[in-house]
Design a protein around this ligand. Structure first.
Ligand SMILES: CC(=O)N[C@H]1[C@@H](OP(=O)(O)O)O[C@H](CO)[C@@H](O)[C@@H]1O
Ligand SMILES: [Mg+2]
Length: 560
């Protein structure tokens, strides 16, 4: 290893004194100004990971749904999945190392992981539209170069596009061409083929308003539009030309606040959706004729997709094992509907796509979605082969057509990671094929009223959880208190966990009415504040402001 070069470049990317960061739910995230050294060091680490796996590794510069001033970085493993957890630990150690420790940590990683120093190394780099992202991706490049790695800088791409290209590269393009254009072509072709099979797809059925969160999704959809069949009419809002990234818009805002984004006017019953800042999440919504807002979130997306797939599996007569993977944030109604009505096995994992993705890999077909709209479908190699074979060879027309639909779904879904663009196309195709309106889709089951809140405490590590984060083990007495509060309400549930992307504790509640869900969430927040070292003012009960005509409508921040 050329430690001289590492040290020389490192001096240009010094760590601010006393700064300590964790590789969290989705990589490092904090104020952009604190990340230069982290980016450089992740460039170094990506080279080692590439040498160890003899594959191309991805580095994505993004802070997803966080405010524009933040930034972050995620590493992408060879098949497009999130960085394996053993290496997350190295990432944290390297990011927090003092200047003079870098060399020994790099050496230790190489020894432990049997990294061959002369192995060819290749890193794909991408970034979102934050003003800080370009410079930070240059720092990644410095890290890659310092260790003699090769890189391809894709510039502005969505997070899932980078995951996709890493996978394409490492499968010798079996998964597709490792270019943005290749991505557009593969998805557009699959979408065209799939929707061709829809017998009656009226024009209005394929009309969709998209809130792009003022992020990368807008740029990429504009590029992709010319490839898409004309029958899909998309209208882009919050395209980044006027307003700030994620500000009062985007999938996270819509999901957490349960209200429409700013900058998008919704006529009754119009189908709308929101992407997040790096376009790996999507939620749908509409306003009914009475002007009430209806959110169609990740749980409903999982339900729609798994229903569609299950019906096709029945048609082709194959007994492939399908399961849906959720987290504790999944609405209780969705879990019940999937298990009891659809008879699909449901599994719950910890928050964070990496956990859901791993679990989903255990099945022939694993549908995973976080309630916030981050998810995809994984098909095992054997399932994919069976389906492709049937799509070609099956003699019975009906079976062959169903197998073809599944085959096109496989090609349309981005199996490397949740992808707003790909998920949107899958959803639009299913709605057209099934002839469903967004209202009919929404009506599959009724969400239990729920509330998410954030509480600030001095050190969120004091909260430890178990049972897929549904129960708090520490601090002492907290879970007992939550149990006691939950008992006061009907059809209720609540849990708390430290966020892996923000310096807060998240509180989640469900109950029979919105008032009760709000009140339970508030009481649990107070318990966290008092028992886990709350800082600042104690949490205040929040007002539920649901009318856009209320002057506080867009300033209702006590809610989260
Ligand atoms: C409740 C919630 O939505 N949590 C999100 C959020 O993680 P936290 O660890 O809760 O901050 O960001 C993650 C990355 O985008 C996403 O995977 C996860 O679902
Ligand atoms: Mg995201």
């Amino acid at each position: 290893m050329d430690f001289e070069a590492v040290a020389k470049y490192s001096a240009l990317h010094l760590k601010p004194a006393g700064l300590s960061l964790q590789y969290g739910t989705a990589g490092f995230r904090t104020k952009a100004g604190h990340l230069d050294h982290v980016m450089y060091r992740m460039g170094l680490l990506a080279v080692l990971r590439s040498r160890q796996t003899k594959s191309t590794i991805g580095v994505m510069v993004t802070a997803s749904h966080n405010p524009e001033e933040d930034n972050g970085v995620k590493l992408v493993d060879p098949l497009g999945e999130m960085l394996t957890s053993a290496w997350e630990e190295y990432a944290t150690r390297l990011a927090n190392a003092e200047e003079q420790e870098i060399q020994s940590i790099l050496t230790e990683i190489c020894q432990k992981e049997a990294v061959k120093l002369h192995q060819y190394a290749s890193v794909f780099i991408g970034r979102d539209t934050r003003p800080s992202s370009e410079k930070l991706s240059q720092s990644v490049i410095d890290g890659v170069s310092a260790l003699g790695g090769q890189y391809h800088d894709y510039g502005l791409v969505t997070t899932p596009q980078l995951h996709y290209m890493v996978c394409c590269q490492n499968t010798q393009e079996h998964y597709g061409k490792a270019t943005v254009e290749g991505y557009y072509q593969k998805l557009s072709k699959a979408f065209g083929e799939l929707t061709k099979q829809a017998s009656s797809s009226g024009d209005d059925q394929m009309c969709l308003k998209i809130d792009c969160a003022n992020g990368i999704g807008a740029l990429k959809l504009k590029e992709m539009e010319r490839n898409l069949p004309k029958k899909l009419l998309i209208h882009l809002y919050n395209d980044g030309t006027k307003e700030k990234l994620n500000h009062l818009c985007g999938a996270d805002f819509v999901k957490v606040h349960q209200k429409p984004p700013l900058g998008l006017e919704i006529k009754p019953n119009e189908r709308c959706c929101s992407f997040d800042g790096d376009a790996d999440r999507i939620v749908y919504y509409y306003n009914d004729t009475a002007g009430h807002f209806h959110l169609v979130d990740g749980d409903k997306i999982a339900t729609l997709i798994s229903t569609f797939i299950k019906e096709l599996l029945m048609k082709i007569g194959q007994t492939l094992k399908m399961a849906v993977i959720q987290t504790a944030y999944a609405n209780g109604s969705s879990t019940r509907y999937l298990e009891e009505t659809m008879k699909v096995p449901v599994h719950c994992t910890k928050t964070g796509v990496k956990h859901l993705h791993h679990k989903a890999q255990e099945f022939d077909i694993g549908v995973y979605f976080e309630a916030n709209g981050h998810g995809t479908v994984l098909f095992s190699k054997a399932a994919e082969e069976k389906i492709r074979h049937m799509a070609k060879e099956e003699k019975e027309n009906q079976k062959r057509e169903a197998a073809k639909m599944l085959e096109n779904t496989i090609d349309l879904i981005n199996q490397t990671v949740g992808d707003a663009i790909s998920d949107m196309l899958v959803i639009e195709a299913i709605l057209a094929l099934k002839g469903l309106t967004v209202q009919q889709w929404d009506a599959i089951y009724t969400d239990l009223p729920n509330r998410q809140l954030k509480v600030k405490i001095a050190d969120r590590r004091v909260i430890d959880t178990t049972d897929a984060e549904r129960r708090a083990v520490t601090p002492a007495g907290l879970q007992e208190k939550i149990d006691e509060l939950v008992k006061k309400y009907r059809v209720s549930r609540a849990f708390v966990r430290p966020s892996g992307t923000e310096d807060v504790v998240r509180v989640y509640s469900e109950a029979d009415t919105q008032e009760n869900a709000d009140s339970l969430a508030h009481e649990v927040s107070l318990a966290v504040y008092h028992l886990a070292g709350g800082i600042g003012e104690p949490p205040q009960p929040s007002l539920t402001i649901s009318s856009p005509f209320d002057p506080n409508y867009h300033h209702n921040y006590t809610l989260s």
